[in-house]
Design a protein around this ligand. Sequence first.
Ligand code: SAH
Ligand code: SF4
Ligand code: F3S
Length: 473
Amino acid sequence: MTDRSDASSGDKTPHNGQMAPSKKVFVKTYGCQMNVYDSERMVGLLKPLGYAPSDVPDDADLVILNTCHIREKAAEKVYSDLGRIKKHKTKKPDMKVAVAGCVAQAEGAEITARAPVVDMVFGPQAYHKLPEMIARAARDSGEVLETDFTVEEKFDRLAEREVDGYSAFVTVQEGCDKFCTFCVVPYTRGAEVSRSVDAVTAEVRSLASRGLREVTLLGQNVNAWHSPAPAGHIAGHTEGSTFGLGELVRHIAQIDGIDRIRFTTSHPRDMDDGLIAAFGEEEKLMPYLHLPVQAGSDKILKAMNRGHTAETYIRQIEKVRAARPDIAISGDMIVGFPGETAEDFEMTMEIVREVNYASCFSFKYSRRPGTPGATMPLQVPEDEKSDRLARLQALLEEQKQAFNAAQLGRVLPVLFEKEGRNKGQLIGRSPYLQAVHAVATPDMLGQIVPVEIIGCAPNSLEGALAGLKEKTS
Ligand code: SAH
Ligand code: SF4
Ligand code: F3S
C-alpha cells in the first residue's frame, strides 16, 4: 500500500536539512517592483519550511497577498480578493491567510476587523519573521499582527530566492523621506535606508553565477542610495569615501556575466552629475531612465512638496540626453491634484510635449487617508480628472508610438528572456525596455542578440535576427 510505504519513509527531511515540499503557498503581488522582489524573497524563505509555490489559491496551505496602498483602487482590490479566498478557506479550514505589504502597514488591525478570514497582517519590514509568524498563527487562534518598523536588516535575514529567466530585481534602497503630499509610501515603507555595497554586490554576484544577465536595482528613491565605499576602494570617479548610485552601477558593472544594468525609480531631487555621467560612460547601463515629474505647473509641484520645478526637471533631462542622446525617458504623471486648474493642467501637457516620453504612466489623483493632500481644499471633481487623464494619455500614447516607430530599420541588441506565443518565437527586451519578439532558436534564450526591427505593434516590436554575433549595448 502506497500510503504505508510513505509512512515508513517517515521523515521527509533530506540530508541538507531542508524539508521536501509538502505544503503549498500562493502569493499574489500587487503594486510596484519592490513588492515583486519582496514576494520572491518570501517564497525563498518559505522553501526550507517545506512550502512550494502554487499558481492558484484553491488548496494552498498558506495564502499571502502582498498588497499596495498607493491608490484607493489598488487597496480596495485586496478586499474583493479576500472575499474570493474566504470561499477556498471554507473548503480547506486549515488554510492560513496573510496580508502583507503596504495595505498591511497602513491599515494594520483594521484588516482583520473588516475581513476576519485574515490570520496574519505584517508590513514590509517584517518578512524575515515569517517562519515565526506562521508558527504563532498555527499555535494561537487569534490573529498575528506585525507592523513595527524594525531597524534590523530585513534583507540579510531573508533567504536566497529562486529566480526564473535572465533578468532580476535587486532592492538596494527602501523607504522615502520626501513626503510628497499625495503619497502614502513614506508612511508604509518608512525612512530611506540603503543596503551596503558589499551586500548588493554579493547578491548580484550570486545572480550572475546562476546565469542571469541583467539586474534592475530597485528603490522607492533609488538614486538617493548611498553607502560607504567598500574597504580598499580607490576613488576613481569621485573623491571621498561615499558611493552614490553612479558608483554602485560602475562597481556592479565589473561583475562578469552581468551585461545589463537598470535602476528604478529615481527622484529629480537626487539626480546627481555622477549618475548622469554614467549613462554616457558605462556601457552596461541601459539607456532608459524613469524620472517622474508628476505635473508641469510649479504651483502644483510646490503643493505636492516635490522640491523641484518644471524648469529644473527639464534641465536635468537635457543633461541626461547630452550624456546619452538616444536615452528613453519615462515618467509618472498625476492629474487632478487639489487646486489644479485647467491652466495648470495645460502646463502638464506642455512639459510632456517638451520632454517627449518614450513611455509614461499617468494616474488620476487618489485621496489617500493620512496624507496632506487628502484634506486640501479645491479637490478636483472626478469627471474633470477623467477628461484630463484621457487627453494626457492620448498624447503619451502618441509619443510612445513615435518612439517605437523610430526604431524601425535599426539593429538593436535584444536579451531573449522567454518563448513567445507563436511557435519558434522568442521574446526579449531592447536596451530601451521595449518588448521585442523574433523568430529565434531556443538556445538563444539568455543571450543578447542583434535584432533588426521590422515591425511595430502597440505594445511590442517585431524583429528579425540580424546576425549571430553577440552585442551588449
Ligand atoms: N518613489 C517614486 C514612485 C512611487 S509611487 C517616485 O517618487 O517617483 C508611483 C507613482 O504613483 C508615483 O510616481 C505617482 O505618480 C503615483 N501616485 C502616488 N500616489 C498617488 C496618489 N495618491 N494618487 C495618484 N497617483 C499616485
Ligand atoms: Fe511617494 Fe514622493 Fe516618496 Fe515617491 S518621492 S515615494 S512619490 S513620497
Ligand atoms: Fe504600492 Fe507600497 Fe509599492 S504602496 S507602489 S506597493 S511601495
